[in-house]
Design a protein around this ligand. Structure first.
Ligand code: ZN
Length: 174
């Protein structure tokens, strides 16, 4: 019984310590965020519990600013696609398409190129795609939210005709 009590006290103390530690961490994080506001760039993820924030840009030179995106398994992903160029979406449209792991990127992109009616997401491709934004033009933004898929490496691309060769990258869930 004595031992049990001692153990209980230990657990209690440990809980107190870990609580205190957590609070301090949060406070530190907050202060850091405040200080770093001026230097924060568009690509830096913001910290929010359970949310992996991703900001990716596309430009008039047919390029994404990111070749690799990392998110946490179990997180909700909030992904913002910004078109920082000036060209219209009919000329230099961009989207962000996250492919399922067994979807072939080139096959998908080839099908997508002829799917203008459905915003370059081929009909019947629900199982090939985990998430996608709409097609946007210069100055536009689209935000999507989805559950991070299971741990692994996935591919993303812009499915506007001809863009996938330049506009693709790895989406890593860890
Ligand atoms: Zn594009």
């Amino acid at each position: 019984m004595k031992l049990f009590n001692k153990a209980l006290t230990l657990v209690f103390t440990a809980a107190l310590i870990s609580c205190g530690g957590k609070e301090e961490k949060k406070k530190d994080g907050f202060q850091y965020d405040e200080r770093s506001k001026d230097t924060e760039t568009a690509t830096q993820p913001k910290k929010e519990d359970g949310v992996s924030e991703v900001i990716i840009t596309g430009d008039d030179l047919m390029k994404f600013n990111l070749k690799e995106i990392k998110v946490k398994a179990g997180d909700k992903v909030r992904l913002t696609l910004k078109h920082i160029g000036k060209l219209d979406k009919n000329v230099m449209g961009h989207n962000f398409v996250l492919l399922a792991q067994d979807t072939d990127l080139i096959d998908f992109a080839t099908k997508a190129a002829t799917a203008k009616k459905t915003d370059f997401i081929p009909e019947g491709s629900e199982n090939d795609v985990i998430a996608h934004t709409k097609i946007i033009g210069g100055g536009e933004t689209d935000v999507i939210e989805f559950e991070a898929p299971e741990k692994g490496t996935y591919q993303f691309l812009c499915s506007f005709p001809g863009h996938y060769a330049m506009m693709q990258g790895k989406f890593i869930v860890e």
